[in-house]
Design a protein around this ligand. Structure first.
Ligand SMILES: Cc1cc2nc3c(=O)[nH]c(=O)nc-3n(C[C@H](O)[C@H](O)[C@H](O)COP(=O)(O)OP(=O)(O)OC[C@H]3O[C@@H](n4cnc5c(N)ncnc54)[C@H](O)[C@@H]3O)c2cc1C
Length: 270
């Protein structure tokens, strides 16, 4: 059981960060769905529930999602869904169940950067930035690669584009963790393809600093990207071997790209 010697509910992210900086052994509490599995005593629990981070704000150019927005809130946000071709809804729909997703948060899911995460794989394919109370704003790619220690994730910003996007995963059983997952999103003329649950955390196959796949790719160009997926660094765990993941990744990437390419492009103004 996870036990807190002291529990606080600050009224702002700035106060939460101050408390965290004063006590580096403190535990930041999001939806508590992952944390509650721990068996330890923490000197201080900093609950973000009072920080006003539970809203999705829409501007002309972006969706600014508070860290305490639940997976359920976001998967059912009609405008976000329309603007991102439903990729987030596809990514979370097999995570445990409705009640669970109404408690687990977007911030807790991203900050933890878990290898099996479907959420990281999906958000990494979109034009996403994270806002941290201490470190400021950074693109999602360095955040996923390196993380941010002892900080508070306050918002996830997804920029609007005329996306085409889709998410795919393989699960050994319904609602189990993904044994492998992939996402594809086309924006600003090129495809951003990610593969996660390798079982290491998600990484880009195309897009970012990787070789781009242009919007109107040829069959040979898509074949080349599928080959790239095969060359990623895979590992073994109880859900699959590295060899199995290497064999399946190209097919999953192809499926994600082809399914996304068939979807109508999102209107920038969703
Ligand atoms: C049984 C089970 C099955 C799951 N299955 C899946 C699955 O199939 N696919 C998938 O993608 N995910 C899955 N998850 C993960 C889940 O979706 C959430 O990502 C997870 O519960 C974390 O979200 P939370 O809000 O509960 O975070 P918490 O448990 O509250 O926190 C998680 C970690 O993040 C830190 N943290 C939380 N919020 C912040 C913040 N704003 N700033 C800084 N640090 C913060 C905490 O200190 C902690 O270290 C599963 C989880 C469980 C328990």
């Amino acid at each position: 059981m996870l036990t807190f010697e002291k529990y606080v509910r600050p009224g702002s992210a700035a106060q939460a960060l101050e408390l965290l900086r004063e006590n580096r052994q403190a535990t930041v509490i999001g939806g508590m769905m992952w944390l509650r599995l721990a068996d330890r005593t923490s000197p201080l629990g900093i609950d973000l529930a009072g920080c006003g981070l539970d809203k999705v704000e829409e501007t002309e150019d972006a969706f600014r999602i508070g860290a305490m927005v639940t997976l359920g809130q976001l998967e059912n946000h009609e405008r976000f869904k329309a603007a991102t071709c439903g990729i987030f809804t596809e990514a979370v729909r097999d995570i445990v169940g409705t009640q669970f997703r109404n408690l687990a948060t977007v911030g807790g899911s991203l900050y933890a950067r878990m290898g099996f995460s479907d959420i990281v794989t999906a958000l990494l394919a979109l034009d996403t930035e994270v806002e941290l109370e201490g470190a400021g704003t950074m693109p999602i790619i360095p955040f996923v690669e390196r993380g941010a220690r002892n900080d508070i994730l306050t918002h996830v910003v997804v920029r609007k584009h005329r996306y085409q996007a889709a998410f795919e995963s393989v699960r050994n059983a319904a609602t189990d963790f993904s044994a492998l997952n992939a996402a594809a999103a086309c924006w600003q003329g090129s495809w951003h393809v990610t593969v996660g649950a390798r079982p290491k955390k998600a990484t880009l196959v195309t897009g970012g600093e990787r070789i781009p796949l242009r919007r109107d790719f040829s069959p040979a160009e898509l074949d080349a990207v599928c080959e790239l997926a095969e060359s990623l660094d895979f590992g073994d765990d109880l859900r699959g071997t590295a060899a199995w993941r290497r064999a399946v990744a190209p097919a999953l990437v192809r499926r994600a790209v082809e399914r996304a390419a068939k979807k109508p492009r999102a209107e920038k103004e969703a």
